[in-house]
Write a protein of this length. Sequence first.
Length: 167
Amino acid sequence: MRYSSEERRYAIAGILIPCISQPWVVTCAVLSVTHHTRMKTRISILHWTPRILCILAILFISLFALDSFGPGQPLGQQILAFLIHLIPSFVLLALLILAWYREYLGGWIFLLIGLGFSPIIFLHNFRMNHSEWMSLGIVLMITFPFVLVGILFILSHYYKKRHESGG
């Protein structure tokens, strides 16, 4: 379909006149698109951060299973001990899968795991090394990531819920 030069001029004028006479319309549209993009980015960051952090924390916990390998034991017995030492990692992985789809529930579970195991790990390490600061550091390395993961999963749940409701 071909337009005459007069029709093109009116079409351009029809687009430009509202923009010139009401520049706030364009500004509002641009701000709305920018706000929407920022919201999606925040939701994406809040969606992926607890998941990636939890995977890294589980991998860190899994490193402790490597102490089952050593000289003087048959390989089959060492592999069995290794798998037994990985049981906490498998449990945490199952909880991560739960939290992946049910952020609110998974967040509370990770928060309770992190807070619940903190005194146990502190007391165990304090009995071994008799140093409060070293025990506190070990607690922060082992349980704090799971507390943080729990908080981030809960925040992600609420942020997505608020964004879906238009708030």
